[in-house]
Design a protein around this ligand. Structure first.
Ligand SMILES: CC(=O)SCCNC(=O)CCNC(=O)[C@H](O)C(C)(C)COP(=O)(O)OP(=O)(O)OC[C@H]1O[C@@H](n2cnc3c(N)ncnc32)[C@H](O)[C@@H]1OP(=O)(O)O
Ligand SMILES: O=C([O-])CC(=O)C(=O)O
Length: 373
């Protein structure tokens, strides 16, 4: 292994027909992210990722109905969420455990045929939103809100989170965020999901493993940390001195840099636009202004682009989301991509088992405990 392959940089580890990043352009199943972000509902994206084609009207209506009808979670999950001290638990840890638990209440969890896997896909995609929103409400002492069958996925997410039907601008913002985060080639959490199910383990195991990988601050956890940074900075004039100090201490700036993108993350411009609009609307422009200053500074001084997690922070903050719910919302969206990759892995499976270059001691003789110093 050379320094350049550390972290498997540049290694092509599988073939996939789900999403592609070529010359810093992202597409889902051949459709440009720019077109999808402007025009698609999240349900359309789910259908596209799982079926490799855009749905016609009746296919889309059917999926929307299935998702809305499957959103309720078993009472046992709600009881579980009430059973521990939620104030000390990160929502991503709660989500990881709750999705694993969900598998215990699905009597098809270990049925591995294609049709059962598709039914489970719908259930997991539907119920993950309800787990996140129920957790959020229960820890505030509020009752969980049941989904409504006539609402879209984005609407139901906001309705179950806030207990009231959302405004159009909120629905549009959440829908676009869900579309933009849905899939991203062989990112760390998707790779984790594929490695897990390539042992022929079940979908719940794959999604649980992926949630664990997304939680880390170098991956999905960055969005929460961006808001933490902006809050610490506090005012626009503090932004550059704060960043200079971080860089001088060799600390990473959250939401900046990417393993694959060199010129820029094509999703970031949409989130930047949304951040501009929503922070203006809510009188919180300072978060957007601060973010622009940081983005410009890092681009000029480090040559690094803002990634998807950078502006999503001020977008979600403007929508009133608790900061530690940012990454769970990412997971809600990325579940669609994880499931697509899991189904693709099952479809043409081979165990994923690379090698390690051994760098430990040479072979040596065993020393009995009495003879050890
Ligand atoms: C949805 C997503 O997962 S998008 C990514 C979300 N993660 C973040 O935003 C966390 C901050 N960013 C990072 O840590 C990185 O840019 C990653 C993890 C995204 C990609 O990392 P890698 O490709 O492994 O790059 P690596 O960490 O090796 O960095 C290469 C160089 O750029 C620097 N660098 C990379 N990102 C940053 C950053 N955000 N801030 C400061 N310096 C950075 C590194 O310090 C390193 O510099 P050096 O060569 O002088 O030591
Ligand atoms: O692809 C990656 O490495 C990280 C990323 O942007 C994502 O998962 O959306």
């Amino acid at each position: 292994m050379t320094a350049s392959t550390k972290g498997l940089e540049g290694i092509v580890a599988t073939q996939s027909s789900i999403s592609s990043i070529i010359d810093d352009q992202l597409s889902y199943v051949g459709y440009r992210i720019d077109d999808l972000a402007e025009n698609s509902s999240f349900e359309e994206i789910i259908f596209l990722l799982w079926n490799q084609k855009l749905p016609n009207k009746s296919e889309l209506d059917e999926l929307k109905t299935q998702l809305a009808e499957n959103m309720e979670i078993p009472d046992a999950i709600i009881d579980h969420l009430r059973s521990y001290d939620l104030s000390t638990v990160h929502p991503m840890a709660a989500l990881r455990t709750a999705v694993s638990l969900l598998g215990l209440y699905d009597n098809e969890a270990d049925v591995m045929d294609e049709t059962a896997n598709k039914r489970k896909a719908v259930r997991i995609q539907a119920q993950i939103a309800t787990i996140v929103t129920s957790f959020s409400r229960i820890r505030k002492g509020q009752e969980p809100v049941k989904p409504k069958k006539d609402l879209s996925y984005a609407e139901n997410f906001l309705y179950m989170l806030n207990g009231k039907e959302p405004e159009d601008i909120e629905i549009e913002a959440i829908n676009k965020a869900l579309v933009l985060h849905a899939d991203h080639e062989l990112n760390a959490s998707t790779f984790t999901a594929r490695v897990c199910v390539a042992t022929l383990s079940d979908i719940y195991s794959g999604i649980t493993a992926a949630i664990g990988a997304l939680k880390g601050p170098l991956h999905g956890g960055a969005n929460e940390n961006v808001m933490k940074m902006l809050t610490e900075i506090g005012d626009e004039e503090n932004a550059i001195p704060y960043i200079e100090e971080k860089l001088a201490n060799k600390e990473k700036i959250m939401g900046m840099g990417h393993r694959v993108y060199r010129t820029g993350d094509p999703r970031a411009k949409f989130l930047r636009e949304m951040s501009k609009e929503l922070t203006k609307l809510t009188g919180q422009q300072k978060w957007y202004n601060m973010s622009v200053k940081i983005e410009d500074y890092i681009k000029e001084n480090k040559g690094l682009p803002a990634n998807v997690d950078f502006y999503s922070a001020s977008v979600y903050h403007s929508l009133g989301l608790d900061h530690d719910i940012f990454t769970p919302l990412f997971a809600v969206s990325r579940t669609s991509g994880w499931i697509a990759h899991i189904l693709e892995q099952y479809d043409n499976n081979r165990l994923i088992r690379p090698r390690a270059e051994y760098t430990g001691p040479e072979l040596r003789d065993y020393v009995s405990i009495e003879q050890r110093g």
